[in-house]
Design a protein around this ligand. Structure first.
Ligand code: CIR
Length: 254
C-alpha cells in the first residue's frame, strides 16, 4: 500500500519564499480547493492520504516533499536551504517516525527534497541554491548501507532538480534539457517538455499513472502520445508559490 503525507495550505502562504518568480497574490480559497483536489486525486489512485494540519507561521509548509527523502528502508529528514523553512522538519519527522528509521541532515549540509530524484537504486541530488555537497555526502553515508548510489549533479535555471526532471514510467524521465543534462541519466528514455512550457517537467508517478498539471497542454500531449496514463489536476495557484505537484506530498510504501 502507498501512503502520502500532505499538509494543509498555510494561511501565510502569501509570504512564501520565491526565487525565480515575482510575487503574485495567492487566493486562499482557490489554493485550498486545488490542494483538496490534489489529495482527492491521490486517493482515487488508491493512495492513503495522511493530511497534517496547517502550520500558520510556516508559509511554505504545504510543500512537504522538501522536508524528507523516503526510501523503502529509511527516511532522511532534510535541513532545508531556506532558513524560513528549517522549522518545518519537526512535525514531518514525527509523522514519519512510525514508518521508517530516520536520519537527519546536519549543518553545514542543506538539502531540499525537491532536489532529490530517486530512480530505482540511483538517487540523484541537484546542486542548487538550496542543496549542497555536504548534504550529498551525508546522504551517501546514510543510504550506502542499503545499496543506494547517491549522485550529485548540476541544475541551472530553476529552483530544484525536480523542476527539471521527474520519472513518468519505470524507464522514462520527463525532462527540460535546458535545466539539466540528459547525460546524467544513463540507461533511461526521455520525453522532453515543449520548449514553450519550461515548468512542465514536474509530474508525480503513482503506480502506472502520472498525476499531471493542467497548465501544460502541449507537453501533456507528448505524454499521452507516449502511452502514459494521466490524471490531470489544476495546480496553477500553488505554482504561484513556486511549488509543483511533487512538492505537495511524500509518497512511500508501507
Ligand atoms: C520555496 O521556495 O521553498 C517554496 N516557495 C517552493 C518550494 C517548492 N518545492 C519543491 O519544488 N519541491
Amino acid at each position: 500500500m502507498l501512503i502520502a503525507i500532505t499538509r494543509q495550505v498555510s494561511p501565510s502562504i502569501n509570504k512564501c519564499e520565491l526565487t525565480h518568480l515575482a510575487h503574485q497574490p495567492i487566493d486562499m480559497d482557490v489554493v485550498r480547493a486545488q490542494h483538496r483536489q490534489y489529495e482527492e486525486a491521490l486517493k482515487s489512485l488508491g493512495v492513503e492520504v495522511l493530511s497534517l494540519p496547517e502550520e500558520a507561521d510556516l508559509p511554505d509548509s504545504v510543500f512537504v516533499e522538501d522536508i524528507a527523502i523516503v526510501v523503502d528502508e529509511a527516511a532522511v529528514i532534510t535541513r532545508p536551504g531556506a532558513d524560513s523553512r528549517k522549522p518545518e522538519t519537526e512535525s514531518i519527522a514525527k509523522a514519519l517516525a512510525p514508518y521508517r528509521k530516520l536520519f537527519y541532515i546536519q549543518a553545514p549540509g542543506t538539502l531540499d527534497g525537491g532536489d532529490v530524484l530517486t530512480v530505482h537504486k540511483d538517487i540523484y541530488v541537484g546542486l542548487s541554491s538550496r542543496s549542497n555537497q555536504a548534504a550529498i555526502e551525508q546522504m551517501r553515508a546514510f543510504l550506502a548501507p542499503f545499496d543506494y548510489a547517491v549522485k550529485g549533479l548540476k541544475v541551472t535555471g530553476c529552483l530544484h532538480l525536480k523542476s527539471a526532471v521527474t520519472q513518468v514510467a519505470a524507464d522514462t524521465l520527463l525532462v527540460n534539457p535546458a535545466w539539466v543534462g540528459k547525460d546524467n541519466f544513463p540507461d533511461m528514455k526521455f520525453i522532453e517538455v515543449e520548449p514553450s512550457e519550461a515548468y512542465a517537467a514536474n509530474a508525480v508517478l503513482v503506480g502506472k499513472t502520472v498525476l499531471y498539471p493542467s497548465s501544460y497542454p502541449k507537453t501533456r500531449l507528448r505524454l499521452e502520445e507516449a502511452g502514459i496514463r494521466l490524471a490531470i489536476v489544476d495546480a496553477s495557484e500553488l505554482a504561484k508559490a513556486e511549488g509543483a505537484l511533487t512538492c505537495c506530498s511524500l509518497i512511500f510504501k508501507v
